[in-house]
Design a binder for this molecule. Structure first.
Ligand SMILES: NC(=O)c1ccc[n+]([C@@H]2O[C@H](COP(=O)([O-])OP(=O)(O)OC[C@H]3O[C@@H](n4cnc5c(N)ncnc54)[C@H](OP(=O)(O)O)[C@@H]3O)[C@@H](O)[C@H]2O)c1
Length: 276
């Protein structure tokens, strides 16, 4: 196996991506070295280049979602062999939770580190959060799954303290979405019972529409849109004892007993690890 590889660095904050050479690192105990075949563009990748957050040291290698082949297996690992097709969500480093106004908020800061990053030919990964690619999807498809799936899973099923209360039975009579009409068939195939067309109904009108369709107090809302309006609309829809899971890290506080859980689609904070 070669000892050097090509890597794509971001030279400096808000700078340009530059191709360079770097050593291929040996996996430590509990780690795999993965030959990256497909690296998806994670939203964080372009946002960090544009706005400069999370990264503490430059030049930096990005790349959060990858799929590839196990190139080398570190000590103490069972269940993985050289050549296994795998996919994984990076980065792996996270610090302490942010103190927030919400007792239920648990949003972590995380950052990339160059040994655990996808925009290079070989990356190290911790074996305990690596998945094997099912035979019915290819590398490109697999690389798009980790962040999106993780975020959705935390929002719907996450463990206590990171997402919706697990003691609450999730057996809704109605699942109402606010989305473009062209997503209707797909959403219904997933179990959605009502689609409110965002082309027809403005966001400000969704509250009334959702309440009318529900015909009963709305207990759970999952917001997957980051804009100035969405979180407020979601809170308006919620019943007083309801819960909102929100991917928007800026989503604020709870009112009248309504809880807001900030969803962080990252498997690496200690309290997300086991769920991951
Ligand atoms: N907190 C976290 O850990 C975390 C993790 C992953 C993603 N995120 C954030 O979550 C958001 C969604 O990510 P994604 O990967 O799903 O993005 P995406 O692939 O761009 O999809 C966004 C979807 O939202 C729809 N949409 C946009 N504005 C809407 C509105 N006002 N009302 C209803 N639907 C609307 C779009 O509809 P059309 O198809 O009709 O345009 C599209 O289907 C992003 O802002 C991302 O930054 C957060």
């Amino acid at each position: 196996m070669a000892s050097t590889q090509k890597v794509l660095y971001l030279e400096k904050a808000k700078g340009a991506f530059v191709m360079s050479d770097a050593p291929i690192l040996k996996p430590g105990p509990g780690q795999l070295s993965v030959k990256v075949i497909s690296a998806a563009l994670n939203l964080a990748d372009w946002k960090i280049q544009a706005y400069d957050f999370f990264i503490t040291k430059y030049p930096a290698i990005f790349g959060g979602d990858i799929a590839g082949d196990v190139a080398e297996v570190g000590k103490g690992i069972e269940g993985f062999s050289k050549g296994d097709k795998v996919y994984v969500l990076l980065p792996v480093h996270v610090s302490v939770p942010l103190a927030g106004p919400n007792a239920c908020s648990s949003f972590f800061r995380g950052w990339y580190s160059n040994e655990f990053a996808g925009f290079q030919q070989y990356t190290l990964v911790p074996a305990d959060i690596v998945g094997k690619i099912p035979s019915n999807i290819n590398y490109d498809q697999a690389s798009t799954i980790p962040l999106a799936f993780t975020t959705a899973a935390f929002g719907l099923l996450g463990p206590a303290g990171t997402a919706l209360d697990p003691t609450l039975e999730f057996k809704p009579n109605k699942i109402i979405t606010y989305a473009s009409a062209h997503h209707s068939n797909f959403l219904r195939s997933l179990g959605v019972t009502h689609v409110v067309d965002q082309g027809e109904v403005p966001a400000s009108g969704f509250t009334e529409a959702a309440k009318e369709i529900a015909g009963a107090p709305i207990k759970l809302v999952f917001n997957l849109v980051i804009d100035g309006e969405a979180a407020g609309v979601c809170l308006d829809i919620l019943n007083r004892d309801g819960q909102l899971a929100d991917v928007n890290g800026e989503a604020k506080g709870s009112g009248n007993g309504r809880k807001v859980y900030l969803i962080f689609g990252n498997l690496h904070p200690p309290n997300n690890r086991e769920f991951g």
